[in-house]
Write a protein that binds this ligand. Structure first.
Ligand SMILES: [Zn+2]
Length: 311
């Protein structure tokens, strides 16, 4: 089965203040590179809208209403110093969630081996009742709950290799013993969470902080010695990935020194794990990545490796 690419073109209408790193050009760069001839083998789909019932898997109704009510008719509205919404943000956010749920459906039904969701805004900083860090709703955590609640999976794992800690995903999955969340991230760095002592309500969270300057060799050692053994113990039915590419050495928001080839390596390693433990089922969604050239190159290599798994 081929790899599915879910494109959230509504994300191109989610505006942020001028000069903000989480800019429309990020998603455009990703869509442009994935339009190249080497990606002709992808199945492509436009992200469908999520419904309120989907958001309710992770967020209370009052919180959903508060974000909807904050969307301005024109211009921008700031939810916090980092996070703004524009008239196009509601559709962008709901299609981001909907795209992740659709990808889970297609992979679990066997229509695709694995999937990548090209979207913005990102989701891994969005807590249960607090949008933050450029994120409105917890895309990947909602996808995890969708897989558990609606597809009846016994266990899912979320791997987050964005350079920032996925505090939102951690918050949303803290009390979900069927979900395992593992995050590698620079520490200290925004949002400040992600210490090893944060283990979840049932030891279902593993935080692997990396010091500033950590390069690919040390990352690979930690993935092999810390992440993979725990994932093997968990034996998930589905592997979800919060794919942020801001650990790249070129990224302006952080100080890790991964190269594009390191993103190929971690993708290949996670796909090999999924091949051995969960039928190759992987759903990956875009989180951060703020140097446009590094982002495009890293997404290209990530999706190339996903496509190599087609069996
Ligand atoms: Zn990030």
């Amino acid at each position: 089965m081929p790899t599915l690419l879910v494109e959230n073109r509504a994300g191109l209408a989610h505006e942020m203040p001028a000069g903000h790193p989480e800019q429309i050009a990020r998603l455009q760069a990703v869509l442009d590179v994935l339009a190249g001839p080497e990606f002709a083998g992808l199945i492509r789909a436009e992200a469908p809208m999520a419904g309120e019932g989907d958001l309710l898997l992770a967020h209370p109704a009052e919180h959903i209403a508060a974000i909807r009510d904050a969307i301005p008719d024109r211009g921008l509205a700031a939810l916090d110093p980092d996070t703004s919404v524009s008239p196009g943000s509601w559709e962008a956010a709901l299609k981001g969630v909907g795209g992740c749920l659709y990808a889970v459906d297609q992979v679990l039904s066997g229509e695709a081996t694995n999937a990548f969701v090209a979207t913005r805004p990102p989701g891994h900083h969005a807590e249960r009742i607090r949008p933050m860090g450029f994120c409105l709703f917890g895309n990947i955590a909602i996808a995890a709950k969708h897989a558990l609640e609606r597809h009846g999976l016994s266990r899912v794992a979320v791997v987050d290799f964005d350079v920032h800690h996925g505090n939102g995903t951690q918050d949303l999955l803290w009390d979900e013993p069927r979900a395992f969340f593992v995050s590698s991230h620079q520490m200290p760095l925004y949002p400040g969470t992600g210490a090893p002592s944060e283990r979840g309500g049932s030891n279902n969270i593993l935080n692997l902080p990396l010091g500033p300057g950590t390069g690919g060799a040390e990352m690979r050692r930690i993935v092999e010695t810390r992440m993979l053994p725990r994932l093997a113990e968990i034996a998930p039915d589905l592997l979800l990935i919060s794919a942020g590419f801001d650990a790249h050495r070129a990224d302006p928001l952080a100080n890790l020194n991964w190269d594009t080839e390191d993103f190929a390596w971690i993708t290949r390693t996670l796909c090999a794990f999924a091949g051995a433990h969960c039928g190759g089922r992987v759903v990956s969604t875009l989180e951060g990545g703020y140097d446009l050239d590094a982002l495009a190159a890293s997404v290209a290599t990530h999706v190339t490796v996903l496509m190599e798994q087609d069996g």
